[in-house]
Design a protein around this ligand. Structure first.
Ligand SMILES: Cc1cc2nc3c(=O)[nH]c(=O)nc-3n(C[C@H](O)[C@H](O)[C@H](O)COP(=O)(O)OP(=O)(O)OC[C@H]3O[C@@H](n4cnc5c(N)ncnc54)[C@H](O)[C@@H]3O)c2cc1C
Length: 495
């Protein structure tokens, strides 16, 4: 009898468990935290719901859309989108619209933007780094105004050290010329991937979706064990035999299974394997790194602050990266609509100065920053909570692919272990990509094959700019491109 052990109950692990349990395969999910959802969970503080960032539900995978609707039904609502960039005391449309961007920066900057754009068209640079990739499409000047500062806040490293692949994955389909064309000839069916005017959102935030998925798995007979951290994975002759996990008191337990699925960070997975992998694999894993975020969630005693769902803060004078305004995502995110609940996002490294600041100091710092950029008065903030999210982003540093390749090759030799999810695959996945990898893994187990390659989800750099939506189908190993998702995406930014 098949029995699947799934490590991690974020969107990827839950989707795998949901699909397997639905088709009658016994599944046990082990989750290190006290709740499910991973970085897509929702934090509840005094009847206020705080999303960790802001999670738009948007996908071109029909199967993921169906799953979301099946799980949440009427609690899944269409939400209009407004997001802008704040730079030099001005707001700019995001995604960038040429007239707004150019009129906002003034006539001299406009001339310089256009000159540098034409220069990039005539003499494009090679495309190894983020800086080169964006400059080739927008010109150096526009890149330096609208991409550089924010991207460097997110990553904490110069854009010249970020692999171009990240821009290719995230920005896709957008360039100054495509933005101009889109502004002039925008049609209803225009499908440049970044330009999306609405999205779906659960009434109480993304955690609602994943809590409900957990409930449904349990109703179908599956087990979702919380506060259970996987600590060791035993293998023999190319097969995983069992895993060991611990509860919060340090008690150890063992689970055996026929199939194993992991959404835990790949860098941690290799270190849990026993017998231990060769030293070069461990060393390669040590070269892969993550960026973390802190959200300072504040409750402001003001009814209306701004109409956006979120604002990107490009201004270099503050560390603040992005602000979410949750009542504009769903009115049910807060108990009192006379107030406003904001999520202030700071990008950092685990254990750096910001990360280690006591909550109260972080709050004071964040309050002074929102006041500095005229979002609200610090004295209007009546309460706050701080959430630290380690490993929020896999970092696509120059050279990371080689290290990842070494780890990937080693792990491929285990024929009953499948890797899924954002950290399981060390890939900049959105929820839909992660879910799709979970569904792929489940299908492989159901069909007794490895036909669906989880590494192939979200690898559509080959796609043409402004590619039209394709029908979604599964992509099988060694079969040329069948389908893709791609959500959104944002110019150089998470979401
Ligand atoms: C600021 C921000 C904004 C975002 N916005 C969007 C958006 O708008 N739209 C979108 O689609 N996506 C968005 N994302 C991405 C989305 O959050 C992720 O794609 C998604 O949560 C990944 O799901 P996952 O299951 O792969 O991984 P995770 O959510 O990280 O889940 C992995 C789970 O594994 C558990 N785990 C780890 N180690 C162990 C262990 N040893 N034992 C047991 N369990 C373990 C973790 O606790 C976690 O619950 C955003 C991300 C961030 C950081």
């Amino acid at each position: 009898m098949k029995k699947a052990i799934i490590m991690g109950a974020g969107p990827a692990g839950l989707s795998a468990g949901y699909e397997l349990q639905k088709k009658g395969v016994d599944s046990v999910l082990l989750e290190a935290e006290k709740e499910v959802g991973g970085i897509s969970k929702t934090v509840k503080y005094k009847d206020y719901h705080f999303d960790l960032g802001g999670h738009r539900f948007f996908t071109k995978f029909d199967e993921v859309n169906q799953l979301w609707k099946e799980v949440l039904g009427d609690h899944f609502k269409k939400t209009p989108r407004l997001s802008r960039i704040y730079y030099k005391n001005k707001f700019f449309n995001y995604p960038l619209t040429p007239v707004n961007a150019l009129s906002g920066v003034g006539i001299f900057e406009t001339a310089s933007i256009l000159l540098s754009y034409f220069n990039a068209k005539i003499k494009p640079d090679k495309e190894e780094t983020f800086e080169q990739w964006v400059s080739n499409r927008f010109g150096k000047k526009l890149y330096s105004i609208f991409f550089k500062t924010y991207t460097e806040k997110v990553w904490g490293i110069p854009c010249s050290s970020i692999q171009a692949e990240w821009a290719a994955q995230r920005i896709k389909g957008l360039s100054l010329s495509s933005a101009i064309k889109n502004a002039l000839f925008k049609t209803k069916n225009s499908s440049i991937k970044t330009l999306i005017d609405q999205f779906d959102y659960p009434t109480h935030g993304p955690g609602m979706m994943y809590n409900e998925m957990k409930n449904k798995i349990e109703k179908m007979g599956g087990n979702v064990l919380l506060d259970r951290k996987v600590s060791r994975i035993y293998h023999q002759e190319g097969r995983i035999q069992s895993i060991e996990y611990q509860d919060t008191s340090g008690n150890r337990y063992t689970q055996e299974g026929t199939h194993f699925i992991s959404s835990v960070p790949i860098t941690e997975l290799v270190k849990m394997l026993y017998p231990v992998p060769p030293e070069e694999v461990i060393q390669a894993a040590n070269h892969l790194s993550y960026r973390s975020i802190i959200t300072v969630d504040i409750i402001v005693n003001r009814k209306n602050l701004f109409p956006d769902n979120w604002i990107y803060i490009h201004s270099p004078e503050v560390k603040l990266g992005r602000i979410q305004n949750f009542k504009n995502w769903s009115k049910d995110m807060l108990p009192d609509t006379n107030k406003t609940s904001l999520g202030l996002e700071y990008f950092c490294n685990e254990n750096d100065d910001l990360w280690n600041k006591p909550d109260e100091d972080l709050f004071r710092f964040a309050a002074s920053e929102v006041e500095k950029i005229n979002i609200c008065e610090a004295s209007d903030i009546e309460d706050y909570t701080v959430v630290r999210v380690p490993k929020a982003y896999p970092v696509y540093m120059m050279g990371y692919k080689e290290y990842l390749g070494t780890v990937q090759e080693y792990l491929k030799k285990f024929d009953n272990l499948q890797l899924i999810g954002r950290y399981g695959l060390f890939k900049y996945n959105n929820m839909d990509h992660s879910i799709m990898t979970g569904l792929y893994a489940a299908k492989n187990i159901l069909m007794d094959c490895l036909a669906f390659d989880t590494w192939e989800v979200n690898t559509d750099e080959e796609y043409h700019e402004e590619q039209k939506e394709r029908p979604q189908r599964f992509r099988r190993r060694k079969v040329p491109v069948l389908g893709t998702s791609s959500t959104q995406q944002e110019v150089g930014y998470e979401k």
